[in-house]
Design a protein. Structure first.
Length: 45
């Protein structure tokens, strides 16, 4: 794995993590992390 690939991977992980937390903040009735991840996957994939 090159240095650029490692940086890109870390950056994507951080961005996805931030988006999950934002979704959880926006949907306070769903304190379920699995729901947040499913929502993210449906939205982006």
């Amino acid at each position: 794995m090159t240095k650029e690939n490692r940086i890109a991977c870390i950056t994507m992980t951080i961005i996805i993590g931030v988006k999950i937390f934002r979704i959880m903040d926006r949907l306070p009735q769903s304190k379920n992390l699995c729901f947040a991840i499913e929502h993210l996957v449906e939205h982006y994939f």
